[in-house]
Design a protein. Sequence first.
Length: 720
Amino acid sequence: MERNIELDLAWKFVESTGTSLFLTGKAGTGKTTFLHKLQRESSKRMVVLAPTGIAAMNAGGITLHSFFQLPFAPYVPESSFQAEGDVSYYFRFSKEKIRIMNSIDLLVIDEISMVRADVLDAVDAVLRRYRRNRLPFGGVQLLMIGDLQQLAPVVKEDEWKLLSRYYQTPYFFSSKALQDTLYFTIELTTVYRQKDDRFLRMLNSIRENCFDDEVLRALNSRYMPHFNPAKEEGYIRLVTHNVQAQRINNYELERLPGRSFAFEATVEGKFPEYLYPTEKMLEVKCGAQVMFVKNDTSGAHRYCNGTIGEVVSVSSEGMEVRCLQTDVVLALQPEEWANARYALDEETKAITEKVEGTFRQYPVKLAWAITVHKSQGLTFDRAIIDVGNSFAHGQTYVALSRCRTLEGLVLSSPVSAKAIINDGTVAAFTEKAREMNPTERFPVLQRAYFRELLDELFGFQPLLRSFRHYVRLLDEHLYRLYPKQLEACRAELLRLEERVGRVAERFAVQYVRMVEECADYEHDEALQGRIHAAARYFGDELRPLYAVAVRKPLDTDNRQLRKQLTAAYEDLRDCYRLQADLLAFVRESGFAVSAYLKQKALLVLEYAGTPIRVREDARRMGVAAAAPGAEVASDDILHPELFERLRAWRNAEAGRLNLPAYRVFSQKALVGISNLLPTDATMLRRIPHVGPKGVEKYGEEVLALVRAYREEKGLEVSLV
């Protein structure tokens, strides 16, 4: 596979561009192997998802529905599930999950052929909402892996009746978000599973729905209605329905002489039944045909997922299985499967899998027969195939392509043209997708990705939009309480728009031209010099914003307004810290794609949703740390330390009386007291929003706090 041109291109495409990719190809062309290599070696932060539990375990990931907490009901594009609606009402994520979504560069979806269009649009809605990005899928690069000529998405008749008003087909490519996404297709053509050219041509003609009578005759030459192989040969039956497989396995088990033994799995924590890799109560007899459902974890490669064996010894203490292909007898031990979710390692900031539950059982299942659906991804040397009752697109092709050779394949019923079901819309899409090969466009896309990351680094509009929104809230609701703060914010906004926003627009023209003109733009000294100088300039220009608006959020007694103000502040805070620290990183380390992506992910994980740590931030950004008390208040508060003491007293009193805090003293009253420092009840009564009742109830306590503060600071009593 190292010399496979298509796989090499797919690797470079994923690693060096931000454009989405559909990686497809016939069965056995190395799609899963490529995915596993990507998980081991890629520099991009990714999550790997799949539509079913079995597919997710094979891919080393988790299910789409689990990660995005999608309801199993259809996603209707015109419903309130839309990104413009209140998605958070339906999708309630932990802070950790939101941080993961914000930190990933790549979203991998394996077995994409089984993903419905509406599910992909639901994923789009979640990512746009929680990444706060209006681009399709929140700007995340997609890698979709699968073969549309294999198993199709499951959609019930009543569901399609609803969805057909919005989608032309149930397939992923009908997703409205995907249709708005620039993506390319790489089709793998080298088949590693089968080496027989004649058999490969037959499979390809069935896959492409271009078979003729000669192909059917050659295929049906393997029809052997009374075929009864010796158990040593290890044939497995592939059938279309679960009930067929279960009936065959039960029948064959009962036919065997001797006692049966049942082994019950140990299930701990959260491990849903639909994820069970084998039976919870595994019943076997000596002579039973079984299939391994897990790769050998010993590292000796004695068996793999799909290896056929025979139970040669069994007791209540365990079992021994002979692998039919190698004739090696193995004493089996129970193996463990984990139901995991993606989590963050707080120390390394790596995306890890956190185990929520485990399933421990012997790694085999009865395997005289299995369904075609459960055989996807497996390879067999010998199989008896019954697809006479095929009912779904791609089912016959999947069954036939599990076999390595035509000679290892036996048909228990003839294959007719009716059993080879192909969806015309899939064929039309496949033909169009082949025209979207990125070979010629790759250098352009790679260069564009480099430029897009520079646009992100030196694109200050998200920060300015966030600051404008914050200032607008102050202007509309808090201009009387924080007039000096509002004035300072307005002045800083005007300065940033001129010194940062407009300068960045002019600089963008420069670096775009330089990137386009440089042959080796990633290592060009002149370009790197301009990037370094710009990072220094913009970092310096952003620094004053910290003291004006970022250092500490403002407060208000109005609960609804406080919620809006807090959200606006947190958005501004996170935008500022990410931008400032990325500029500092580039100033120190230069600009290289992989290093930049890694640093951005670490910063998103470290800072998103976390409060400002004033002294730590001051040291990192080279600004003077404020004195205790001054670091937490607006310029409108002349004695911030007293203000904090008054607010703490007020909140404690409100808690004791079980009242809202503003019913004790309003925020405006506390600001007035901390600014005017009243020395007696008369002065206290004159302060706006205090009033006679306030003095009567709390005057002595408030004046005591003021008196203590005056004495502590050595302030003289003076007339106001």
